[in-house]
Design a protein around this ligand. Structure first.
Ligand code: ADP
Ligand code: MG
Length: 785
């Protein structure tokens, strides 16, 4: 153990010390469980469940539960959890992030907390980054849990409702994070409670947690309904935008990607469309089209952000370099890109429901995760998800050598150095993995290697199928593989025969990523489980990151730099420049995510209210209670809205009309100058009458069915409309020039106003129609008698 501690450069050893004493216990239990028969071991699951039911606390059973899983794994998979894997498991079971490098066996680590937490019977979700891994882990680790008598499920996108319900009702459910999020959204669009597939959230284990919660979390999950695009408007907006000049007609911030029209740009739009004042509310749509067209031109680059295949735009995930199947940009942005590329417009997506990855996962009472790289983003994990990063020591000492970065003046010099380096490694048969930050860059690198007659495998978005296979082969003798940074994440690269003797896998990064974490991921491809290996970054001052984020610094630096004949920069402080730039970019991306999350929090509050009410409406048995709260709420709101402190006779008249519509019966006000108190008493009486009438219907199946269907469809329509108006509000805030007030505050305030208006409208409509219907039914009954 001491040697493990020495290997760890982590000052916070408090957790580790605590874990070590638990590991001692687990190890001491090994002989005991080894003696058990298979069925005795399986019976432990039952006993643990009983213990928990009888009030035993989770930490009390943890050592035994872990010891049982280890024993089961030995019998079923012939793998015995290493002590450091137990340590990772303990960190996870407590809701932390276990940072463990590639190849340490994180899949097996997850088997421990998954089992322990599943004993409570409330379900455990294991989240992976792609379906391939979900299936792989379900098949492999599932064997352990199955052996121990737990049920396991696999949640896949195309499953039907029954299959999904079965997957979710299992003790442990495997799947991709986005699919869990989509299921949540769909569960809140169903027509009856029985169609829901998810149970209440309990515990989730997220593999490659940084990828899921940070990289993937940039785009929200949206369930979209489709509407035809206004092709003509997109076309004109695109032509207009193509003539716009940055800094003149529009402002564009490279860092935040924020785009807004200047006064000059606005004038041009007004002239082109023949409108007087673009600021007016009725022209908000027009503004929306133009700004989308501008974004399509300046933010989205062909073959980097998207590729065109069979006349369709396919978005590229900048982290994996893979196309994102089925993902489209919503609110017309996708169609704006189509217009820019002269493609036929597809249908526009309009959000019917949406949630961010962050806010989806924050609904779990407890969340944990594992990855090779989390430490650099520790602060974000703590602030946003309340998870601590615990660095777990490696099983074997690391033998990988990370060479210092080499920086070249031009990109051409960089690629020439790349060729030289690849040639020297290839000569002795050492495998080389070249990591790039985009497909375009992959192809650049490939071009240089081709010229030098070096044989290589190129992985990019156009060869998805073989990705996993090719990456897994990257450690074979003589292999040269070019891949985007994150391609095939989670795939193990095993060294071929004789490769360890010649230095293991050599990884070359051809550009620093905007995030150090991603660079570390790339390095982690080499040197797994104590294997030999080496990594090297070759970069140039012409790289994208410098161009975008450190233009001035680079200019200054160039004046005093020195370099050799190959163009390699000799100044030591160039490394500081790189590191500083990365830190700045990371910081700005973090603030941007924080800002977006704050924006989303506004909608999130609304979503909770709406989804909660929707569930109550759907359930049907709560008819009187729900109607009561809606009727009372609506009445109070009408009085609040229409009756100011010093109300006049006119105000009373308005209120009377509104309440009459709400109760669908005359409201008789006894005197000409009623007090507020009298009005409230009167309204209370009307509310009570309405509720008395409703009590006749609380067991009327037919009536309830109609009420449920009508009110649910109303709330859905309201939600769609609300999402749309919130989006426009967000855009509009960029348009309006506020000098004094923080835009976030405006968004929060006006967002609340918008929602209140939409929600109250909905509530008012539902109550008034329901009361009207009941009165009609009552009248008809009376006639019949
Ligand atoms: P990671 O996700 O940490 O990169 P994986 O879970 O993919 O690593 O595991 C890497 C390899 O190590 C797999 O082939 C796995 O079967 C193997 N492995 C993991 N744990 C053990 C163990 N305790 N004993 C033997 N092999 C193991
Ligand atoms: Mg893994």
């Amino acid at each position: 153990m001491l040697s493990i501690l020495n290997r760890l450069n982590n000052p916070a050893l408090k957790n580790i010390k605590k874990y070590e004493s638990i590991i001692k216990k687990i190890n001491a239990l090994e002989a005991h469980y080894e003696k058990m028969s298979d069925s005795e071991l399986r019976n432990m699951t039952f006993l643990f469940k009983e213990d928990l039911k009888n009030g035993k606390k989770f930490p009390q059973i943890l050592p035994d539960a872990f010891a049982v899983v280890r024993e089961a794994s030995k019998r079923v998979l012939n793998m015995r959890h290493f002590d450091v894997q137990l340590m990772g498991g303990l960190a996870l079971a407590e809701g932390n992030i276990a940072e463990m490098p590639t190849g340490e066996g994180k899949t097996l680590v997850a088997s421990l907390p998954a089992y322990a937490r599943a004993l409570e019977g409330k379900g455990v979700h294991i989240i992976t980054v792609n379906e391939y891994l979900a299936k792989r882990d379900f098949d492999q680790i599932g064997k352990i849990h199955d052996f121990l008598g737990l049920t396991i499920g696999l949640n896949l996108p195309l499953m039907d409702q029954t299959e999904k319900q079965q997957a979710y009702n299992s003790d442990i459910t495997y799947g991709v994070g986005t699919e869990f999020g989509f299921d949540y959204l769909r569960d809140n669009m169903v027509e009856s409670i029985s169609q829901k597939v998810q149970r209440p959230f309990n515990f989730a284990i997220i593999d490659e947690v940084d990828s899921v919660l940070i990289d993937e979390a940039k785009t929200p999950l949206i369930i979209a309904g489709q509407t035809p695009a206004n092709t003509e408007l997109h076309r004109i907006a695109s032509i207009l935008a193509s003539r716009f000049k940055v800094g003149e007609d529009f402002d564009f911030d490279e860092e935040t990607k924020a785009t807004s029209l200047t006064d000059k740009g606005i004038e041009k739009v007004e002239a082109a469309f023949g409108v007087e004042n673009l600021y007016e509310l009725e022209h908000q749509t027009l503004y929306h089209y133009v700004i989308n067209a501008v974004r399509a031109h300046v933010i989205f680059k062909r073959d980097i952000d998207y590729i065109i295949e069979e006349g369709k735009i396919l978005l590229v995930d900048m982290f994996t370099g893979r196309t994102m199947e089925g993902r489209t940009l919503s609110d017309g942005l996708h169609q704006a890109i189509e217009a820019k590329e002269n493609l036929e417009n597809t249908l526009e997506n309009k959000a019917m429901s949406q949630v961010t990855i962050q806010n989806y996962f924050r609904m779990y009472p407890m969340l944990c995760g594992m990855t090779g790289t989390a430490k650099t983003q520790e602060k974000e994990f703590r602030e946003v998800y309340n998870m601590d990063v615990v660095q777990i020591p490696t099983n074997k000492p690391r033998a990988r050598v990370d060479m210092p970065d080499e920086v070249y003046v031009t990109a051409d010099q960089k690629y020439k150095a790349l060729v030289k380096e690849v040639e020297s490694k290839h000569k002795v048969g050492q495998p080389v993995l070249i990591g790039t930050t985009s497909i375009l860059q992959s192809e650049d690198a490939a071009g240089y290697l081709r010229e030098a007659n070096l044989p290589f495998q190129l992985l990019n978005a156009k060869s998805v199928e073989q990705e996993v296979h090719l990456i897994s082969q990257a450690g074979q003798k003589g292999q040269i593989t070019i891949a985007t940074n994150m391609a095939g994440r989670g795939t193990d690269i095993v060294l071929g025969e004789g490769v360890a003797e010649i230095g293991g896998l050599h990884v070359i990064g051809t550009e620093k990523h905007e995030n150090r974490r991603i660079d570390n991921q790339l390095r982690g491809r080499s040197g797994r489980q104590g294997d030999p290996g080496s990594t090297q970054f070759l970069i140039s001052l012409e790289d994208d990151m410098f161009r975008r984020f450190a233009k001035d610094d680079i200019e200054k630096f160039k004046k005093k730099m020195s370099f050799d004949e190959s163009g390699k920069i000799l100044n030591k402080n160039v490394n500081e420049l790189i590191e500083r730039t990365q830190r700045i970019v990371e910081g700005s991306h973090f603030s941007m995510r924080e800002y977006n999350l704050k924006l989303d929090d506004v909608i999130n509050e609304q979503r909770k209210i709406v989804f909660d009410l929707r569930d109550r409406l759907l359930s049907g048995h709560e008819f009187t209670a729900v109607l009561k709260s809606m009727l009372k709420g609506s009445t109070e709101y009408q009085i609040f809205k229409l009756l100011p402190e010093d109300f006049t006779e006119d105000d009373i008249k308005l209120l009377k009309r509104s309440l009459e519509e709400l109760y669908s019966q005359p409201v008789i006000i006894p005197n000409e100058k009623p007090t507020r108190k009298q009005i409230i008493t009167l309204a209370d009486k009307c509310v009570k009458e309405g509720l008395d009438m409703a009590s006749d219907y609380e067991n009327d199946e037919n009536f309830l069915k109609i009420f449920t269907r009508a009110s649910v469809s109303q709330i859905d329509a309201m939600w769609v409309k609300n999402l749309e108006s919130m989006t426009h509000l967000k855009e509009g805030i960029g348009l309006r020039h506020y000098q004094q007030e923080d835009p976030m505050r405006i968004y929060q305030r006006e967002g609340l106003e918008l929602f209140t208006r939409n929600f109250e409208n909905f509530r008012y409509q539902v109550v008034s129609v329901t009361l009207k219907t009941m009165r009609q039914l009552a009248a008809r009954k009376k006639e019949e008698n």
